[in-house]
Write a protein that binds this ligand. Structure first.
Ligand code: MG
Length: 249
């Protein structure tokens, strides 16, 4: 099943997809263009991986890391499907990052990789925008790069774990104004989903609503104001964001 959170006529609803429409949890069936899409999960801790795809590390001239490079994001940075992402006026290089997001469903502590998938509720898509001008350290990206308001679109759907047979073999694609600019496969992750759950739960408790953004493959290119960026993952959906001028706010 695919679940979304949407705002409609002043209220927030959970919704599921039904015949190309949205079935709200008060039983109304409405068109998908009538709503404002919200992040599909109310977030708790948001983890994000740096350099978790070998081809992406290579395009940046880095060796593959030997331990996961994890940083945290605040909920301020999230925005829903069809949202607007602000591009600072004075920067030269702002790129998207198409990422598979793992959503934790059960309290997890000291979980082994063999049992890790039992703790996954489902999957969604993030676009982990980065502003390269502000980046000082690829291993631990600073807050100005990765915690900006509106710079992490997420959604549209939370897809149940049971509907994704092999999350480690999904195609990821990004389109800028309809043109394919990034393509990869989750099979190319350096640290797999089970490994990451084992690793994180070995020193901290994971809880329902925690999310792990698992990194991006090669192909991150510059974007400009007005660009429509779609990050797409096989079986999970297509997430649209539009880049807007920071001054317009
Ligand atoms: Mg990223």
């Amino acid at each position: 099943m695919k679940t979304a959170r949407v705002a409609y006529k002043g209220r927030v609803y959970e919704a599921v997809e039904k015949d190309g429409k949205l079935h709200l949890n008060d039983h109304r069936l409405i068109s998908m263009d009538e709503v404002v899409w919200l992040p599909p999960v109310i977030p708790r801790t948001i983890f994000a991986l740096g350099l978790n795809y070998a081809d992406h590390a290579q395009e940046l001239d880095f060796n593959a890391p030997s331990e996961p490079l994890v940083f945290l994001k605040g909920p301020n940075t999230l925005i829903g499907h069809q949202g607007q992402t602000k591009r600072p006026k004075d920067v030269d290089f702002m790129h998207y990052e198409c990422e598979l997001v793992v959503v934790i469903g059960k309290v997890a502590r000291n979980v082994t990789s063999e049992e890790a998938y039992q703790y996954v509720k489902g999957y969604t898509i993030a676009n982990d925008y980065a502003i390269r001008d502000y980046l000082e350290n690829y291993y631990r990206p600073n807050l100005r790069v990765k915690n900006r308001d509106t710079c992490t679109p997420i959604g549209p759907w939370l897809v149940d774990a049971e509907d994704i047979k092999d999350p480690m073999n999904l195609t990821l694609r990004t389109y800028v104004n309809g043109e394919l600019t990034q393509e990869g496969s989750t099979s190319q992750m350096i640290f797999s989903i089970p490994f990451l759950i084992e690793y994180l739960s070995s020193f901290m408790t994971l809880s329902p609503g925690d999310m792990i953004l698992t990194g991006t493959p090669k192909g991150a290119v510059n974007t400009k104001i007005g660009d429509e960026v779609i990050t797409e993952i096989e079986g999970i959906g297509r997430l649209l964001s539009t880049i807007v001028e920071d001054d317009g706010y």
